[in-house]
Design a protein around this ligand. Structure first.
Ligand SMILES: [Mn+2]
Length: 385
């Protein structure tokens, strides 16, 4: 049996306040386009089964455009692959905090051939394939006691699909960055790995083998909290249960360029400007249509002020996103090992997390206010000892 395994589509994701000719956020359009490509490719590949391991949508309330687009693509896939079951579970992004909000993924139940599991663990029996799929959506994993994950003895093939972050030696070794906060922790020892023909994982945004029979498919576009950690190609997997082998199928994504870092120590503004210009000119065919980052370390505030901001603004206008990430000199202190390190204070960690990492799902929350409140609470606990 050949299984197409997709995950973390994040349809409706938006970033950078940049719109295309049709008035659509450029990144939202990119994500939709990556999914279109993936669907077209899945249709060509004619798998026996399609698994979508959570985070179909980036938010609990995606835009109408994102919903309509997703519905169209799932309908197309179901229509072109008659008799091929398409099984979808909810991830942390498309699971509302309150049960009475209802899950938008349930809409896809209207499509013949699509099955959706949002609210609890369920074993789906796919008679035509003599296969059972243990479906474990985010809410079901997000509990203190892990569910008892049992293969179905009456099935020829037993598959498992879940969405979360593996906690244990495999996760520690193989999940090298945090895709996103807010995922369920899945204790590796609660899974009896060899008992399953395939384990389709979602949540980690890079394609990653965990065991020979267990993979994260990774996302189709770069939508992690820190996209710069997603250097690899994006796409989906086709797993063959007989050969016990996974094949990766890449999709085309927006070009992302992370320029070599500049160490600006002792540089004058003119020298740093020159170094920045040199770095940016190295981008082949210019910045247009690209997401570009340039990191410069050890830049004092006074130097930042005197940089050529007009030119930087032009680059920002040209690229889809140009991020000149200028960092001030760090206060260093010697640690026991002799290496110069500076540990962040708890206040800085909390502030940084809320400022850059925490994904605000509720529009009423203002980020500056959130950061202010978070750091104030830290201060208060410190004061109270
Ligand atoms: Mn995700």
């Amino acid at each position: 049996m050949r299984i197409a395994h997709l995950a973390d589509l994040h349809l409706g994701y938006r970033a950078y306040h940049r719109v295309n000719q049709r008035g659509m956020n450029v990144r939202e359009a990119d994500v939709a386009e990556a999914f279109r490509q993936a669907v077209a490719r899945v249709i060509e590949l004619r798998p026996d089964l399609v698994l979508v391991a959570g985070d179909v949508f980036h938010t609990v309330r995606p835009s109408n455009t994102a919903i309509a687009d997703a519905f169209r693509q799932f309908s197309l896939m179901a229509d072109r692959l008659p008799g091929v079951p398409i099984v979808v579970i909810a991830g942390n992004h498309d699971t509302p905090r309150s049960a009475d909000t209802g899950n938008i993924l349930n809409l896809f139940r209207e499509i013949d051939g699509v099955r959706v599991v949002c609210d609890e663990c369920r074993t789906l029996k796919l008679e035509e394939l003599e296969t059972s799929v243990w479906c474990e959506p985010h809410v079901a994993s997000f509990t203190e006691d892990p569910p008892r994950r049992e293969p179905d003895p009456s099935a020829r093939h037993n598959l498992m699909m879940l969405h979360g972050i593996l906690v244990g030696p495999r996760g520690a070794e193989k999940l090298t960055y945090i895709s996103e906060y807010g995922g369920a922790n899945i204790d590796e020892s609660s899974i009896r790995w060899p008992e399953w023909d395939y384990i389709a994982l979602g949540h980690h945004h890079s394609c990653q083998e965990i065991e020979r029979n267990a993979w994260y498919a990774g996302g189709l576009e770069r939508t992690s909290t820190n996209i710069w950690a997603e250097k690899e190609e994006k796409g989906f997997l086709v797993y063959d249960t007989e050969a016990r082998q996974a094949e990766f199928h890449a999709v085309e994504t927006r070009t992302m360029v992370d320029l070599p870092k500049i160490s600006a120590r002792e540089m004058t503004p003119a020298e740093l400007d020159e170094a920045i210009l040199r770095a940016v000119s190295r981008v082949e065919d210019g910045l247009r249509g690209k997401i570009v980052r340039l990191l410069a370390f050890d830049v004092p505030r006074g130097v930042v002020r005197e940089l050529n901001h007009k030119r930087i603004r032009d680059w920002k206008a040209e690229a889809v996103h140009f991020h000149l990430d200028v960092r001030p000199p760090e206060i260093r202190r010697r640690a026991g090992s002799g290496a110069p390190v500076r540990r962040q204070t708890l206040r800085e960690q909390v502030g940084g997390f809320l400022e850059h990492r925490w994904e605000i799902q509720d529009r009423r929350v203002e980020r500056p206010r959130l950061v202010e409140l978070g750091t104030r609470y830290v201060d208060r606990t410190t004061e109270e000892g």
